[in-house]
Design a protein around this ligand. Structure first.
Ligand SMILES: Cc1cc2nc3c(=O)[nH]c(=O)nc-3n(C[C@H](O)[C@H](O)[C@H](O)COP(=O)(O)OP(=O)(O)OC[C@H]3O[C@@H](n4cnc5c(N)ncnc54)[C@H](O)[C@@H]3O)c2cc1C
Length: 523
């Protein structure tokens, strides 16, 4: 394979390689970008597979994506492939899904979320007369907020407001308008409910912030921009499953010469005179490196791998709350449910109460919202003929010390089955199961080495600064960069891919402008 490595970025094979800790989507994106720019790259992953949460489960003729199932903003992935001069569409067969979600409400009503805003507004006019105008207003605001995010937050390392706005230098009327449009101090739920009267439509819109595992009642209004990112950019399914994404990145990394080391955990990041100098593996091997991108959870990276003064200064700035966790049921069935679309939400009766259980009380909600992925509608290869591979995800609180999911799972499984029977017409579900597996918050914690079982890194809570995450270029240790759901710009497939790109871009720029460390430096 040939790559279009820009001529002004010569291969840096002569210097020390750079390291990437963790082979999740953020780590893979960073490794590919760095290798495409000519760096020697070693990627360390403690698990036997690459892709992190984007893992796959294959059993008895069924195939399940174990983690992410909804792919949005594929242009982020396109940009990573473009770094290597490749067209992503040559290696991934992406199918655009419309309706994007099917919504089942507790009162028995149903509403499909379509990507076309005008079509959606007329469907809402029929479904909840009087709410279409508010929906239109909300989508206009979402578009503006998405535009502001693109301008101030995306594609660069950001940790706080000072990284986005230089008020002394750039302050003008346009910036003032952008700042005002952020509705600073308003929450997602408040912003929605000020416009949309119908509780069901509001509940559907609330769920865009479930992509970041946070309560719409505590999240800043800027996150309403996610609605426009999805309706405008589309919801996509990679044929072969979401798993096809890390597989394509792994192939790209291999072609670019990344030294991929699965089954290699890292227990320390080594530093010398305030600068990263290498890593120590779980088996005690030390490897000298010019710089490191950590795709491990950012809080745990500092606490467990860095320590000392950098961890203390980072810890003073980031006393962060984990995002939510979740329970996933993987159900191989000998029948299909015609009422299901590819992506479905079976909503709770009372969203405020549900979010209060998950995010304030810290206990699983007694009446949860269940998300169902039923990908056989797009990709029949996920189940044997006549069968179905159903994935059910319910968000739960991050792990608390008293949560014992071995004891809690059987009881909560019952709650989930009752909900699906009552609200999605799946009363005979249990009779048709031929294969069943589950993932609990405790499993998520163990498998992916995250913070208290969090699926989506750090919660985006806080009316003013909830959208900020630790920046991709460390302020506390030179030569350390962060990628993944617990770093800027946050969780979800497109954002972690972007975080990997930003970490790599920052590292590349820093090494280009500073003299490279060589083998002569002592630890
Ligand atoms: C059930 C579930 C459903 C989801 N649904 C969606 C969805 O529909 N759409 C969406 O966009 N997002 C979804 N997400 C979120 C999305 O999967 C994540 O935001 C994203 O995959 C996280 O990528 P990451 O780069 O942060 O790393 P992770 O996937 O967390 O990977 C980090 C990797 O680092 C490795 N690692 C950690 N510490 C070390 C160490 N010390 N040494 C070596 N290796 C280490 C881990 O083993 C892991 O492989 C979902 C997640 C889950 C779990």
């Amino acid at each position: 394979m040939t790559t279009n490595r820009p001529a002004d970025r010569p291969a840096r094979a002569a210097g020390l390689p750079v390291g990437v800790i963790g082979g999740g989507l953020g780590g893979l994106a960073a490794a590919c970008t760095l290798a495409a720019r000519g760096h020697g790259v070693i990627l360390f992953e403690k698990n036997p597979w690459l892709g992190g949460k984007a893992a796959v489960l294959e059993q008895k003729g069924f195939r399940f994506d174990m983690g992410p199932t909804i792919l949005t903003l594929p242009r982020v992935l396109e940009r990573i492939f473009a770094e290597a001069g490749q067209d992503m569409h040559q290696v991934l067969d992406l199918r655009r899904l419309d309706p994007q979600w099917r919504c089942f409400f507790d009162d028995g009503s149903r509403l499909d979320l379509h990507e076309n805003v005008q079509r959606m507004a007329s469907n809402i006019a029929a479904f909840a007369p009087g709410s279409q105008r508010g929906f239109g207003d909300f989508m206009q605001l979402a578009e503006k907020l998405h535009e502001v995010s693109e301008k101030f937050f995306f594609w660069r390392s950001v940790e706080d407001i000072g990284d986005t706005l230089d008020l002394k230098k750039n302050f003008d009327l346009t910036t003032l308008r952008d700042v005002l449009s952020l509705r600073i101090g308003a929450t997602v739920a408040g912003t929605i409910r000020r416009r949309v009267r119908d509780g069901r439509v509001a509940q559907m819109l609330d769920h865009f912030v479930q992509y970041v595992g946070s309560s719409p009642y505590n999240s800043p209004a800027v996150l309403c921009g996610i609605a426009h990112m999805q309706t405008n950019g589309g919801v996509w399914y990679p044929m072969g499953g979401t798993r096809a994404v890390p597989q394509a990145l792994q192939t790209l990394a291999g072609e670019l010469g990344v030294d991929l080391r699965p089954r290699t955990g890292i227990r320390r990041i080594l530093s010398d005179h305030g600068r990263v100098s290498g890593v120590e593996t779980d088996t005690g091997e030390t490897i000298r490196l010019a710089a490191v991108v950590s795709n491990m959870d950012s809080i745990r990276t500092y606490r467990e791998l860095v320590g000392g003064t950098p961890a203390a200064t980072f810890g003073r700035r980031w006393k962060s709350e984990p995002a939510c966790s979740g329970v996933v049921l993987y159900l191989g069935l000998d029948r299909t449910y015609e009422q299901l679309a590819h992506h479905d939400f079976v909503f709770s009766a009372d969203p405020k109460e549900e979010f209060d259980w998950i995010y304030r009380k810290g206990e699983p909600a007694p009446d949860p919202t269940c998300y169902i992925a039923a990908p056989a509608r797009t990709d029949p290869s996920v189940a044997p003929p006549g069968g179905d591979a159903i994935y059910v995800l319910v968000h739960t609180p991050y792990l608390r010390p008293h949560h014992d999911w071995r004891r809690m799972l059987p009881e909560y499984r019952r709650v989930i089955f009752d909900k699906l029977g009552r609200c999605a017409g799946m009363r005979d579900l249990e009779k048709h199961i031929v294969f069943e597996a589950a993932l609990t918050p405790a499993d998520i914690h163990e498998r992916y080495q995250v913070l208290d079982g969090a699926i989506y890194g750090l919660a985006s809570h806080g009316r003013f600064f909830g959208a900020f995450k630790p920046g991709n270029r460390s302020r506390d240790l030179k030569g350390l960069y962060l990628a993944g759901g617990a770093a800027h710009p946050g969780p979800g497939m497109p954002m972690v891919l972007m975080s990997g790109w930003i970490a790599a871009d920052s590292l590349d720029n820093d090494l280009t402008t500073a003299p490279q460390p060589t083998d002569q430096v002592t630890a």
